[in-house]
Design a protein around this ligand. Structure first.
Ligand code: NAP
Length: 348
């Protein structure tokens, strides 16, 4: 059997596409990703980047307020994420569960597996999954998002989730980081945001940046520069993450990139905020991307890609806005584009 439309990815783009495609009676199939250790470490588990955040204050329709009764009435009991009783408004995990449920309510089918390769050279497209399933599809919507970058040090890899993180908002409040020195790497808005956020928990935040000026917006950079709990290390890189198997991260070796002098700092955590990479490896270069791997749209204001019948939505095709609302918007567009493209071929 050939699927009419397969959606790969389970962030706001994927679920918005699924809601629209299912309401158009296309019975979409969503591959939401696999629950693997590798995906956990990469930050590519089902429900995407938003599922690793706390409050979402800028998604329209969810002002501050007690959502508990609404969540309980909207989601199956086991799907209601843990909710801090002091929380008001919606959280990332809640928003994602609500989107997923909304898609399910309209008949979307969901498979908890990764698509690991595709053959887009002929119609119908062929897909293979991690668990070995094979599938054929007329139209594809790629909504696999992006993931945080790491420095690529072997010592960093060793301590991922034991002190090395790429998401201060997800991990910053953990006991291991409380009242201890922490390191943030990067000089963009994310690094500013993470460093400022971590001052709530850390004794000191060392902000390590490879150049002598920040890339971040002036206002966010200024806030960091004026924060007495943030110690900025300019022209500096991380040479090694120190620690042991039992306690995880205990410090970092920094290198001044102008003088090559090294120094060792005690720290219980290192947060990388050095940008993101789109999740496009499984496409095997068959869809045109830019030099950073982000899918390129082939027409303005459309979600078509270089392959006819393949549409893209969300962060996988957007290194610029990267917002839940823009992802959901392009997810909707991709479903409408796919529906019209299928109709043009007599597939309804
Ligand atoms: P970014 O702007 O690309 O900044 C990445 C930073 O990491 C840069 O300072 C870069 O250094 C550094 N970096 C990259 N690779 C590195 C490496 N291998 N080793 C050491 N340092 C490295 O990424 P971002 O901060 O994630 O922001 C991405 C987009 O999201 C931006 O458009 C940003 O404005 C937006 N954003 C907005 C907000 C907000 O407004 N609240 C918050 C977060 C993000 P160089 O400067 O030397 O290149």
């Amino acid at each position: 059997m050939t699927e009419r439309v397969v959606i790969i990815g389970s962030g706001p783009a994927g679920w918005a596409a699924a809601i629209y495609a299912s309401r158009a009676n296309l019975e979409p199939l969503v591959f939401e990703g696999a629950m693997t250790e590798e995906n956990r470490i990469l930050g590519t588990l089902p429900l995407g980047q938003l599922s690793m955040t706390t409050e979402v204050e800028n998604y329209p329709g969810f002002p501050a307020g007690d959502l508990s009764p609404y969540l309980k009435s909207s989601l199956p009991e086991q799907q209601v994420p843990f909710r801090d009783p002091h929380m008001t408004g919606v959280t990332g995990p809640e928003l994602m569960e609500l989107m997923r449920q909304q898609a399910k309510n309209f008949g979307t089918r969901i498979i908890t597996d990764d698509v690991v390769s595709v053959d887009l050279s002929k119609q119908p497209f062929q897909l293979k999954t991690l668990e070995g399933q094979e599938m054929a599809a007329h139209a594809l919507i790629i909504a696999t998002g992006a993931r945080a970058n790491y420095l690529g040090l072997p010592s960093e890899d060793k301590f991922k989730n034991r002190g090395v993180s790429a998401c201060a908002v997800c991990d910053g409040a953990l006991p291991r980081f409380r009242n201890k020195p922490l390191v943030v790497v990067g000089g963009g808005d994310s690094a500013m945001e993470e460093a400022s956020y971590l001052t709530k928990f850390a004794s000191t935040v060392y902000l390590v940046h490879r150049r002598g000026e920040f890339r971040a917006s002036k206002i966010m950079a200024q806030r960091v520069i004026e924060n007495p709990k943030i110690n900025i290390k300019w022209f500096t890189g991380v040479d090694e993450v120190l620690g042991d198997d039992k306690a995880g991260v205990s410090g970092v070796v920094l290198k001044n990139l102008q003088t090559n002098a090294t120094e060792t700092l005690a720290a219980s955590g290192m947060f990388c905020a050095i940008g993101h990479s789109p999740n496009t490896d499984f496409l095997g270069g068959q869809v045109q991307t830019d030099d950073k791997g982000y899918i390129v749209y082939s027409q303005p204001f459309r979600t078509n890609t270089s392959v006819e019948g393949v549409f893209a939505a969300g962060d996988v095709a957007d290194s610029y806005y990267r917002q839940a609302i823009t992802s959901a918007g392009t997810g909707c567009m991709a479903a409408l584009d796919a529906e019209r493209w299928l109709a043009g071929r007599g597939v309804h």
